[in-house]
Design a binder for this molecule. Structure first.
Ligand code: NAI
Ligand code: MG
Length: 481
């Protein structure tokens, strides 16, 4: 069984007030484990440990090559434990085992990638005259609080922890209360890989109790958060009080634009995947499917046919293509959009069936849903549902497609399906989003920056940009005169 205590300063410790909470298997509704419910005092201890580990070292001043070696050992250990980690993640977060397996492999890749950057990303020497030299060097920003969501628990943890460690920061990871177990496993793995005490602390618990104190604490230099827009706003505001570096990766209502000249089958497959992947609990879900009018009827039929192929059931069953939502509470939220859709006059074109297996009766299943004839002003086209609910919206021409795509408060991702290269580039440039896929949906290569425009967030993760989030820039001016 995995550890369920807090990991602070290199030790597994109980919470000071002895409270715990259950993490549940969304597939069955059963408790998996009781985990420590950290509070303010625990957060204070974790910050103190991270602060000390930063201020007295050795991590921030460890030669990058040695830091990289630790990161590579973490990657190797993740791979060695991959099967078990994937099973744990699948169970704790209700992810298809196949998806969880991919997440684990990608988490390992992220550690390897940032191990590489730790030793290859140097500073700069701007041109100067003969009497001076200026060195521009990168230094770790300090103590980083890393607050993660439940949809990709290990992957999001890796996406924040790996660059933070590569940069030389010390960290407090606060995983989502719905799926904290893989983050605790990551702490164990990192310790075994030789990460010094205090460099990665893991604090399980609820946002306002365990997360908020980290954001308020003046000893914390940076916060990286992935989650809801509402909490992102609170974090941004709170972090401003102490001038923390802030990275926010928030929600989306991403457009998936299908032109009549696209490879029809590929576009349909990608559009369905874009919104039904992981039950739609994906920040970059292509939840608004914009379809050119000349192929609209055909597309609706094809999308419904694809949705009808989806089989709901236990996430570990290899025949199953859609598992449960994360919680009963979240299911109720997703369900409320069925009513909104109907009330606003959208047409409910498809709704799948729930699993009938009595063993799954306590799980949080929700069927794939397709609304058609959606107007972009409707609630189902404007709000992030974070469930398997597709809104199909017709458009007449490229200009209208771009206008609809951009008519959203969000700007995380977009997909464009067309066989016209010029149009692909034109539309990609015109859409105000941090990620645009052409003839694809959802790839997120480790090497490329990930993040949003507008209400989808601030800053970037992954790629070189992901490292910079954890670095301060310093100029050192040498007078040679
Ligand atoms: P949330 O934003 O409440 O939780 C995300 C993380 O923030 C968790 O670790 C949580 O404990 C922590 N947190 C909550 N309140 C906090 C506070 N005041 N200070 C510091 N940390 C805090 O998201 P939740 O409730 O799980 O999901 C609500 C909605 O958010 C979803 O329906 C979805 O629309 C969106 N969401 C977006 C995600 C993304 O990938 N961008 C991931 C998860 C949720
Ligand atoms: Mg759970």
């Amino acid at each position: 069984m995995v550890e369920t205590k807090l990991y602070i300063d290199g030790s597994w410790v109980d919470g000071v007030d002895g409270e715990s909470f259950s993490t549940v298997d969304p597939a069955t509704g059963e408790e998996i484990a009781a985990v420590v419910r950290a509070g303010r005092v625990d957060a204070d201890r974790a910050v103190a440990a991270a602060r000390r580990a930063f201020d007295t070292g050795p991590w921030p001043t460890t030669p990058p090559r040695e830091r990289a070696a630790v990161l590579r050992r973490i990657a190797a250990a993740i791979r060695a434990d991959a099967e078990e980690l994937a099973r744990l993640e699948s169970r704790d977060a209700g992810k298809l085992l196949t998806d969880a397996t991919e997440d684990v492999a990608e988490a390992a890749e992220i550690f390897d990638y940032y191990a590489g950057l730790a030793v290859s990303e140097g500073g700069e020497i701007p041109p100067s005259g003969p009497d001076a030299v200026t060195l521009v060097v990168s230094e770790p920003v300090g103590v980083a609080a890393l607050i993660t969501p439940w949809n990709f628990p290990l992957l999001m943890a890796a996406q924040k922890v790996a660059p933070a460690l590569a940069a030389g920061c010390t960290t407090i990871l606060k995983p989502a209360e719905q799926a904290p177990l893989s983050s605790l496993e990551l702490a164990r793995i990192a310790a075994e890989a030789g990460l010094p005490p205090g460099v990665l602390n893991v604090l399980t618990g609820f946002g306002p109790e365990a997360g908020a104190p980290l954001v308020e604490d003046p000893r914390v230099d940076a916060v990286s958060f992935t989650g809801s827009e509402a909490v992102g706003r609170i974090i941004g505001r709170t972090a401003a009080e102490t001038f923390k570096r802030v990275t926010l990766e928030l929600g989306g209502k991403s457009p998936n634009v299908v032109f009549a000249d696209a490879d029809f089958d590929a576009a349909m497959e990608g559009s369905a995947f874009g919104v039904f992947f992981h039950q739609g609990q994906v920040c970059s879900a292509g939840s608004r499917v914009l379809v050119e009018r000349s192929i609209y009827d055909e597309a609706v039929e094809a999308l419904c046919a694809r949705a009808a192929e989806i089989r709901l059931g236990h996430p570990a069953d290899p025949e199953v293509s859609m598992g449960p939502l994360i919680s009963a509470e979240h299911r109720a939220k997703v369900n409320s959009y069925l009513e909104h859709g109907r009330a606003d006059g959208a047409h409910l074109a498809y709704m799948g069936r729930l699993p009938t297996d009595p063993d799954l009766a306590g799980g949080f299943y929700f069927p794939p849903v397709i609304f058609t004839d959606v107007d972009n002003t409707m609630k189902i086209a404007r709000e992030e549902i974070f469930g398997p609910v597709m809104a199909v919206i017709p458009f007449t021409d490229e200009e209208e497609a771009v206008a609809l795509a951009n008519d959203t408060t969000y700007g995380l991702a977009a997909a464009v399906w067309t066989s016209d290269v010029k149009r692909a580039v034109r539309v990609s440039r015109a859409i105000r989003a941090g990620v645009v896929w052409v003839n694809d949906s959802q790839p997120a290569p480790v090497e490329a920056p990930w993040g949003g425009f507008k209400a989808s967030g601030i800053g970037r993760e992954l790629g070189r940009h992901g490292l910079r989030a954890y670095q301060e820039t310093k100029q050192i001016y040498l007078n040679l005169d």
